[in-house]
Write a new protein. Sequence first.
Length: 299
Amino acid sequence: MIEALNDQFRIPGHLQFDLGQGGLPRAIIENDAARGEIYLHGAHVTSFQPRDQADLLWMSSDSNFSDSMPIRGGIPICWPWFSHHPTDSNLPQHGFARISAWEVQGVGQDSTGAVTLQLGLSDSDATRRWWPHAFQLTLSVTIGPTMTVELQCCNTGDQEFGMAAALHTYLGVSHISDVRVEGLAGRSFIDQLDDDRLHIQSGSLEIHRETDRIYIGTEDDVLVHDRSSERVIRVAKQGSVSTVIWNPWIDKSRRMADFPDDGYETMLCVETTNAASDERRISPGQEHRISQTIGLFAG
Ligand code: TA6
């Protein structure tokens, strides 16, 4: 499989496939600006490292790498529902896109040297066990000085369907106690730890406890100020007006087998989503695109 992928899609010196952790097929992208890694399992980005910088993404050292489990860290793709299924708790948490085998659809390199990998997932007997609709998903990952991840969802059936989505991004930080999040001031948020009550964000956000919030009406860039490393990560987005901020803190970190007990100290999830009131309905033959661009913000 790896040889065939490289024969068809390799870009010498810039994109190649190998077997990553757990023997799962992985694309490695390298250019003058950055290096990135994307697993075909779940179309899961696990690394984005701008040249001479620490990785912008956090990965769990205890993550599973098997074709039946989600990878912990990086950017899980949550689709076609977010969190638990609305009516059937037996269905996979965060949908089935992140535990499905995606196929390589195409690769490319533009005049700036940025490299794009396109992965695809469409309905099958396997997906119809979980969800009855016909669809075509395309995930495009473009790596240059910044990384853009775009999820395109096409309704290829004859019935309208509703969907939720999340680019469930685990950002790496030096220490969570030294982090300040800008870009959400004045926005309402659903506090998933306070019986889903609505609150208003006052000013910037700091994390001093388990935090699990769906911000709504969000269109601005989110800036994650990491005081210890003196870097600012920017998350800009399109096709989304909701943002999830999550840190499991101490107790929940201990309860997750694929998450180190102290993992909460060096990660923060800033998730570009179509969640809550921002879920989307797609008519037959129509599509929706949600995308985010992350990179170091020069101030
Ligand atoms: O995005 C926040 C959240 O919905 C949290 O409630 C927590 O469950 C997190 O996602 C991780 O979910 P997972 O299924 O990957 O453990």
